[in-house]
Write a protein that binds this ligand. Structure first.
Ligand SMILES: [Cu+2]
Length: 69
């Protein structure tokens, strides 16, 4: 299991956080996703054999949020 903190711009409310949590945990291999709009980060625990960090970032962008760096 791997852990990453992805910097995300554009989360404005609990609805945004919920949207990203659901979109990420829908992916195979994602155990948990914890968006935090205060620190503008999403912490994800995932199995790198099942899903890549690149795929996690893509999923966030598909929801309309900007992934930084
Ligand atoms: Cu929102």
């Amino acid at each position: 299991m791997a852990r990453t903190e992805i910097p995300v711009k554009g989360m404005h409310c609990t609805g945004c956080e919920r949207t990203l949590e659901l979109a990420l945990t829908r992916l195979d291999g994602v155990r948990s996703a914890r968006p935090d709009r205060g620190s503008e980060r999403v912490t994800v625990h995932y199995d790198p054999h099942q899903v890549s960090e690149e795929r996690l970032r893509e999923q966030i962008e598909l929801c309309g949020y900007e992934v930084l760096a």
